[in-house]
Write a protein that binds this ligand. Sequence first.
Ligand SMILES: C[S@@+](CC[C@H](N)C(=O)[O-])C[C@H]1O[C@@H](n2cnc3c(N)ncnc32)[C@H](O)[C@@H]1O
Length: 367
Amino acid sequence: MMKTKAKGASELPLNTILPGDCVEVMNALPENSVDLIFADPPYNLQLRGDLHRPDNSKVDAVDDHWDQFASFEAYDRFTKDWLKAARRILKPNGAIWVIGSYHNIFRVGAALQNEGYWILNDVVWRKANPMPNFRGKRLTNAHETMIWASKSEKAKYTFNYEALKELNEGVQMRSDWVLPICNGHERLKDANGDKAHPTQKPQSLLHRVLIGSTNPGDVVLDPFFGTGTTGAVAKMLGRNFIGIEREEAYREVAEARIAKIRKFDNEALEVTRAKRAEPRVPFGQLVERGMLRPGEELWSSNGRHKAKVRADGTLTNEDDIKGSIHQVGAKLEGAPSCNGWTYWCIKRDGKQIPIDAMRQQIRQEMR
Ligand SMILES: C[S@@+](CC[C@H](N)C(=O)[O-])C[C@H]1O[C@@H](n2cnc3c(N)ncnc32)[C@H](O)[C@@H]1O
């Protein structure tokens, strides 16, 4: 087993795959200790008999024993138990992602709310290359749903908005993600060349989840580890992982996979962050500091309007329009709003200088 210790999380078995039932294992971990949980629980597919293609070949469907539940009630009990155990170990500002299909995700969604989680988004993972519908009796099932929820309504969960926007070429990341299913060289095979696991998730999905909702050094736990996709991406991205998996064969596949992964260098792991909020500078401060004198004239940047500065930091003009730099600018332009800082200019040595330059000077002094 791989083991490394991170500062401040000494009680946690970091970067380790733990054997056993995930409820029991999570109950043995310290409470409030994990930043994020990514869970890909059994789907409870309720398959009745084998599924065949038109040429009579058998479809490699998920019919494994770990996906069998006696009834919906049994599945609901199981869901409630693991969600409860997961919530206890999440830090107060922690969050969870659960992925599922129409077979289970609605039951999981209700259980999340019943257990006190606060749903933030549901994300549709649209499969760029879904498996066709062989019988032609229903729509091609081309997506899975992920629910993202914080530990509670009040939680200050991690959301790297700017980083996701950059990942999407400068456009806000939406809740529908088009990504291919896992195949090609990424699909792990066993000794016979068969799929090592029927539901291995693509790394691209986890990349987006972890970039968007964790930071380097965070602890990410996956209670249904399978082939360890969460651990592999977490390691690449400099996050710590804890995996839990009941089946020894899957643990072995996951360990071998993760051992080969190399972490990206620290510089590459820095992501774009929101600009730190600049300190607020009221326009009146320019007057108080003597940078602008009451009675001094300001000109609109288009040169069409002028107004006079008043002693209380408001403006007035010859038509008796009065108000803040923003209000007077908006009124003169007939616009719903106006950024007075860039709209108004002073004239110095024949040049127009936006009053924003004075605000920046004050901000420099405040740093
Ligand atoms: C849907 S698969 C997860 C696949 C994984 N996301 C991947 O990319 O390989 C669910 C996994 O959970 C495991 N599992 C099911 N019930 C479990 C339980 N109660 N405790 C621990 N593992 C469990 C199964 O053995 C299976 O490997």
